[in-house]
Design a protein around this ligand. Structure first.
Ligand code: SF4
Length: 319
């Protein structure tokens, strides 16, 4: 790749969890070739987060740890996959048959496990269960893949979703976004669980109720290529201003509590949807998703909670 493109300056971008490998990769590349390798010191939260500044200075940028989201000439995605012990996976799949109640299910997973979906499908079909692995919308580049900002691959006609993966954000998001029964098969914890969402909903409605009565708001827009919903932010800005609230649009690359010094009552996050939900405790004021904020703005608080998701058409073209 480097030789084929005759690259002289190469950039490497790693997520935090893999950054420990970056020095070895850099040393090896420079030992083997007459090139300059530059390490990105910026964030790399997902395939949505390409270091566009570094990209301007290099002939090729290797973005490690995530699957492709954008076709950018000089960017090569190098995903990282988890290798599972097939004996453990087989045991989990056998146990999962006791949890599944429907004979038609959809299968989804995160990018790290995507290569196992066909194997899982074969197992269930062998056991008389029809499986669908959906393509999802255009933000999703692998059938059956879900992201923390997009659950479209789980929205088929099936009544039950099997999620292969770890953590609770994705399966909870799937359950809220699809209103279906969701079973998580967690190969790392070797655990199977039917997902419930009550705890998260309780947290979110507590944040919403704390935000009601606000007088001023900061609307956050991310400059990251795959998180930039500038159109949505502008729409919210105009509407909020029109209703007489003090409103500020804040354009930033990294959304961290300490980097937002504005004195406002609440924040609305149009960047990665996980920020408002996963990190809300680190902010010293309520931070809402655009959907939650709209409920307050329209004075329509309902118990039909909707997940904030990003579609490709929501992305503002910055590149
Ligand atoms: S927007 Fe958030 S959830 Fe979506 S890919 Fe980026 S980091 Fe992941």
């Amino acid at each position: 790749m480097i030789d084929g493109k005759k690259a002289k300056v190469v950039g490497l971008q790693f997520p935090d969890g893999l950054v420990r490998f970056s020095q070895d990769v850099k040393d090896r590349l420079e030992d083997e070739r007459d090139i300059l390798v530059i390490l990105s010191g910026n964030s790399s939260f997902g395939s949505c987060d390409i270091d566009l500044d570094l990209l301007k200075r290099v002939d090729i940028l290797f973005h490690f740890g995530h699957t492709r989201m954008f076709e950018i000439d000089k960017v090569e995605y190098i995903p990282v996959k988890i290798i599972l012990d097939e004996g453990i996976l087989d045991d989990l799949l056998k146990k999962s048959l006791f949890y599944i109640v429907s004979d038609k299910i959809s299968l989804v997973t995160t990018p790290q496990y995507i290569d196992y979906l066909e194997y899982v499908r074969d197992f269930y079909e062998h056991n008389g269960i029809t499986c669908s692995i959906s393509k999802g919308d255009s933000r999703i580049k692998g059938s059956g893949m879900v992201l923390g900002c997009n659950f479209s691959a789980a929205k088929g006609f099936e009544e039950e979703v099997i999620f292969l993966g770890s953590g609770s954000f994705h399966p909870i998001g799937i359950k809220i976004a699809t209103q279906k029964r969701v079973i998580r098969i967690d190969p790392l914890m070797q655990d199977i669980e039917e997902i419930t969402v009550e705890k998260l909903l309780k947290q979110r409605y507590a944040v919403i109720s704390k935000a009601m009565g606000f007088k001023s708001v900061g609307i956050l827009v991310s400059s990251k290529i795959g998180q930039n919903r500038f159109d949505l932010a502008q729409k919210l800005y105009k509407e909020t201003l029109g209703k007489g609230y003090k409103t500020y649009l804040i354009y930033t690359n990294l959304i961290r509590p300490e980097s937002i010094g504005l004195k406002v009552d609440i924040l609305v996050n149009t960047a990665c949807p996980r920020i408002a939900i996963d990190d809300y405790v680190s902010f010293n004021k309520p931070i809402l998703t655009p959907i939650e904020f709209d409920m307050i703005l329209q004075d329509k608080i309902t118990d039909e909670y909707k997940m904030d998701e990003i579609r490709m058409e929501d992305i503002y073209p910055i590149f």
